[in-house]
Design a protein around this ligand. Structure first.
Ligand code: 1CP
Length: 369
């Protein structure tokens, strides 16, 4: 059943929302990070003559690309087709997404003057994204959630400071450690932009949000807690009133799972390196420490993950085995009370050369497990 309040749908039968809130879903929900994109021939076709960033500001096109994997794979959620740098682009920051590389800035942001010059983003500037969300919601049925997203301040800061994709994030870490005050100024500038991007999507009616701190795993826990966590926490708090599940994810964040859980999400995404039952245990141990004496239910989160994207190349038998292992690790964590639910996903995004049929088959296997 769908009950509409303004733009927000109240979905009573969406497996993803049930899993996120610790209710029993009608089937094990699954979606894949980067499920839209190069693995799909229909995506390559519609993107043929249009730049990546252009396509993020065309409502019909972004809605079409968002829906393609939902139609093809029967996943339980759509992820908005956009990018973490879209709010920067919308606000007028000079950057591009270079094919095969990623976001590249015309001028890196490294000084107080550079930070001061960063604009804020307005609702009008994000209107094409909101319009696209409206179109997507007309097409989804009442079991399929639309997930909105944003990049977290650390990951965005890395692109701004390095000027593009970075292997070691050395300039970012150098700024953090050599001039913590300047770092805080940058974080204070990026955080409201992230909140505005999420609020624009929430206002347009997304059913859940995911905050990607993709590169946070490069940090020590100590640096993460000092330089990153306060800002991610501020973002989760700022969107709490939407009353929709909030997911947090980063790559290689096994050592940070507890600290990232403190930021305040309902769901923690886990990459493929840590078994889900181990991840759940780490999360619960940290949250129990934080909430000492409070409602024990607050100490566990739902889990999202965590099939290695490379396994989609390994054939059906290997895929089935790995999916079953992951589901049983998640179920064990739920049974122990270490986790509230399980949303199946990859441990990071679909790799560009993945066979689309392998993705469809994986979804069938997951739904049957
Ligand atoms: O189905 C989907 O998930 C598509 C929507 C989507 C999302 C959620 C895109 C489209 N980008 C993102 C988020 C995003 N963008 C993240 C966080 C998720 C993750 O860790 O993968 C990050 C780090 C980016 C930055 C980015 N944009 C990169 C990574 C570069 C690096 O540093 O290694 C790249 C390659 C892009 C471009 C991009 N974004 C999306 C697509 C389909 C593409 C490739 C487009 C093209 O070149 O044509």
């Amino acid at each position: 059943m769908i009950v509409r309040m303004n733009n927000r749908r109240t979905l009573t039968d969406a497996p993803i929302l049930d899993a996120a809130y610790g209710r029993t879903p009608s089937r094990r929900p699954v979606w894949f990070m980067r499920q839209a994109g190069r693995s799909l021939p229909e995506y390559r076709e519609v993107r043929k003559d249009i730049g990546m960033l252009d396509s993020c500001f065309r409502p019909e096109l972004l809605a079409e690309i968002t829906m393609q994997p939902v139609r093809r794979h029967d996943v339980d959620a759509a992820i908005l087709f956009s990018d973490i740098v879209v709010p920067l682009k919308a606000a007028g920051v000079n950057l591009d997404i270079v094919p095969g590389r990623g976001p590249v800035m015309d001028t890196p942001v490294r000084s107080e003057a550079d930070i001061k010059a960063l604009p804020e983003v307005t609702e009008e500037q994000l209107a094409p994204v909101a319009e696209g969300i409206g179109l997507i919601l007309q097409e989804l049925n009442d079991t399929q959630a639309l997930i909105g997203f944003a990049g977290a301040p650390f990951t965005l800061a890395s692109y701004l400071i390095e000027g593009g994709p970075s292997r070691n994030h050395e300039r970012t870490k150098a700024l953090m450690h050599s001039d913590p005050e300047l770092w805080d100024h940058l974080m204070q500038k990026i955080t409201p932009m992230v909140i505005a991007f999420l609020r624009a999507q929430i206002g347009a009616g997304v059913d859940a949000i995911q905050l990607f701190d993709s590169w946070a795993g490069y940090l020590t826990e100590r640096d993460y807690r000092r330089f990153v966590l306060p800002y991610s926490k501020e973002i989760f708090q700022a969107v709490a009133d939407a009353g929709i599940p909030r997911i947090h994810f980063g790559v290689g964040t096994g050592e940070l799972l507890g600290a990232m859980a403190e930021a305040g999400p309902e769901v923690m995404g886990v990459d493929w390196r840590v078994p889900l039952d181990v991840a759940a245990n780490r999360i619960r141990a940290t949250l129990s420490d934080v909430h000492r004496g409070a409602d024990p239910a607050e100490n566990s989160l739902a889990l999202q993950g965590n099939l290695d994207p490379a396994i989609l190349f390994a054939g059906e038998d290997a895929m089935t085995q790995e999916i079953q292992r992951i589901c049983s690790e998640a179920d064990r964590a739920i049974k122990r009370g270490d986790a509230r639910g399980h949303i199946f996903n990859l441990g990071h995004g679909v790799l560009p050369n993945t066979d689309a049929d392998a993705i469809t088959r994986a979804v069938e296997i997951i739904h049957a497990t």
